[in-house]
Design a protein around this ligand. Structure first.
Ligand SMILES: NC(=O)c1ccc[n+]([C@@H]2O[C@H](COP(=O)([O-])OP(=O)(O)OC[C@H]3O[C@@H](n4cnc5c(N)ncnc54)[C@H](OP(=O)(O)O)[C@@H]3O)[C@@H](O)[C@H]2O)c1
Length: 318
């Protein structure tokens, strides 16, 4: 099969397109004929091998040479013990271990796959899994009138976080590079902050929820921007911030009543189905940056690595 190959960590030039043997599904796996995939910030982290948590995919080199977590396609074959899917079913989901989507075929456990709604194209469906599940969890419990700040909102995950927060009636401040402000307003932000010009963490008592997709500040700084009772959710960012947030969160809660925590987003079919129903119902939409054919994956990774994109980079597998 044709596949994107990234068998070591590095810059985008380690990504090539080549031929690999077709995967053979185990008894408890399905074989998916991939039709579309999408790239996330986590694919850049798995390319670079940093932050350190990206090395869970392999300490010295990726254990699985094919990158890509978010996938949509058609079941081509099922293992002997699989009962929930049959050949011909259209499915989508986020692959365990964030690897394997960028190829003509992937063998995977069916646990995380959901049936693709007929209203969605394969490309639309492939844009949802990781970003959608993050957005669903990051916006849980928001009420009309809440003020929400999304840090790193112009990348792969931001549009669905902004969309779901706005759908729940929150006022959204989106933070990213100055040249992404127009994009952020187009996808539903009420106001924008250019992080090169202004440090949102200098604000006091302003937000009910902060969703941080690119955390690099100390937890002792970010809580001051929260209103009383507010929540800061670290979704992605530096490993040292992750550790500091885990350690400092309970003390900050005890002394200020504010919640500063790492948001652990489970890979869950139920969450994927819930957020997809919201997307199909028009509550929120992915932002599509550009569609590349599989052969152009090295160029797509070069754009991902350079931050030269707004929203989702999609890969179509004809
Ligand atoms: N918590 C969990 O369970 C869980 C699950 C899955 C994934 N994740 C994590 O979630 C994150 C995914 O976010 P994503 O896919 O939306 O990432 P993304 O596509 O990389 O987007 C991040 C955005 O932030 C911008 N940015 C860079 N530096 C910034 C700064 N200092 N201040 C504000 N914005 C800045 C980036 O701009 P440039 O690109 O121009 O630099 C980009 O637009 C990843 O770290 C991933 O590992 C977490």
């Amino acid at each position: 099969m044709k596949a994107v190959i990234q068998d070591r960590y590095g810059t985008a030039d380690v990504v090539t397109v080549g031929d690999l043997p077709d995967p053979v599904p185990a008894d408890d796996e399905v074989l998916v004929r991939v039709r579309a995939a999408s790239l996330n910030g986590s694919d850049r982290e798995h390319l670079l091998g940093r932050p350190f948590y990206a090395r869970l995919a392999g300490l010295r080199r990726p254990r699985h040479p094919v990158p890509g977590s978010d996938v949509a396609g058609v079941i081509a074959a099922v293992g002997r013990s699989v009962t929930q899917f049959a050949p011909g079913d259209e499915v989508f989901g986020e692959l365990a271990g964030y690897r394997g989507a960028l190829a003509e075929y992937v063998a995977t456990r069916p646990r995380l796959l959901a049936r693709k709604p007929p209203e969605l194209s394969f490309l639309d469906a492939a844009a949802i899994p990781q970003a959608g599940c993050i957005a669903l969890r990051a916006t849980l419990g928001l009420k009309p009138g809440d003020r929400v700040l999304v840090n790193g909102a112009g990348g792969a995950g931001g549009a669905l976080v902004i969309g779901l927060a706005a759908h729940l009636g929150a006022a959204v401040t989106a933070v990213d590079r100055a040249d992404k402000a127009e994009h952020l307003l187009r996808i539903g932000a009420d106001e924008t902050i250019a992080f090169e010009d202004q440090d949102w963490a200098e604000q006091r008592d302003r937000y009910d929820r902060i969703v941080d997709l690119v955390a690099h500040r100390s937890p002792y700084r970010v809580h001051r921007a929260l209103r009383p009772g507010g929540t800061y959710s670290m979704v992605g960012g530096h490993t040292r911030v992750l550790l500091a947030t885990l350690l400092a969160g309970p003390t900050i809660r005890w002394t200020t009543g504010k919640r500063v925590a790492v948001l652990v987003v489970p890979q869950s079919r139920a969450d994927l189905e819930a957020v997809t129903a919201l997307v199909v119902g028009g509550a929120a939409a992915s932002a599509v940056d550009r569609v590349h054919p599989l052969e152009e994956a090295p160029a797509a990774f070069a754009r991902l690595a350079a931050g030269d994109y707004r929203g989702k980079i999609l890969i179509e597998v004809p």
